[in-house]
Design a protein around this ligand. Sequence first.
Ligand code: ZN
Length: 341
Amino acid sequence: MFAKKCIAALCAAASLLPLPALAWGHQGHMLVGAIADQLLTPQAQAGLQRDMGLTLAQAAPWADCAKGVGLGTRGFEYAADERWPSPACTRFETAEGVKAMQSYASRNWNTCGQTRDCHKTYHYADVAYAHGRYKMGYVGTNDHDLVHAINAAIAELQGQPVPPPFSITSRGEALRMLAHFIGDLHQPLHVGALYLDAAGNTVDPDAPGSTEVLETRGGNSIDTGHGNNLHALWDDIPDGLRADAVPASMLQAARALRKSRAGVGRLAQTWASDTVAVSGAAFAGLSLGPANMDKGSRVWPATFVDPADYRARQNALQRAQLTKAGARLAQLVNALYAVPR
Ligand SMILES: [Zn+2]
């Protein structure tokens, strides 16, 4: 289900397409968690150990690992995804860990208007980047998008009822979701989107009377050559960045980042808006051609006007976004544990 303004026929077609892939690779998610772990208050550290028994870096890949759960003839079964090799998911592959992933996927399976995989929609929104902000009602927003998933996890951690279509049954599960989704919220192509017509012209999906509005699925439908797509290009974090060796400069920048003043319930939307505002950089400097059909889906070929310039801008923005994500994950978790329980 896409936003209420979505054009019906196109929505139906889009819902049949494969879902956008994984935001940040597991190294990116673990790096966000590792930055946040360094910025936690003693109360938050103790709370995480009590409620989850994991650091944020360890927990960060979990929601992607849970995508390995499928519904087979014997019910919900987990199969390790080759894109998430050891050690990102192995710590969750104990008997108890697999049961937890199967439980999460099964409770968040067909509750959002789809017949399967609702939890996979929790990882993204698709707001036209030119809007410069996230607002519920825009095409690419819905009640089971990334912003709403974060707010649902916050509700569980505040002892409030979890809104439908989410099912979250423990503080540990809510924390594993937050550790991942705050990372996704800062991957530009998981919040800001480019909508095109078949000729490759940019269109505004929210403009009245738009007739041909095609989504590029977080850049998965933009072919940058050599078997790559734009989304995958942005999932790869810059060379040399590793979760087990956070650069001192990133930690320093994370500590120095001004805290968001919005209340806890407004943080996800505020940060989503910030990501939409910067996401245009991912689409600048690209030359797009008319769409080709590939296995029933439209794919737009793209070339970089100045590849070296694009790469440099991309690396700088990725570093800034990973830093913000780490700092903000810590801000949120610290705030949630600042209230005595
Ligand atoms: Zn994700």
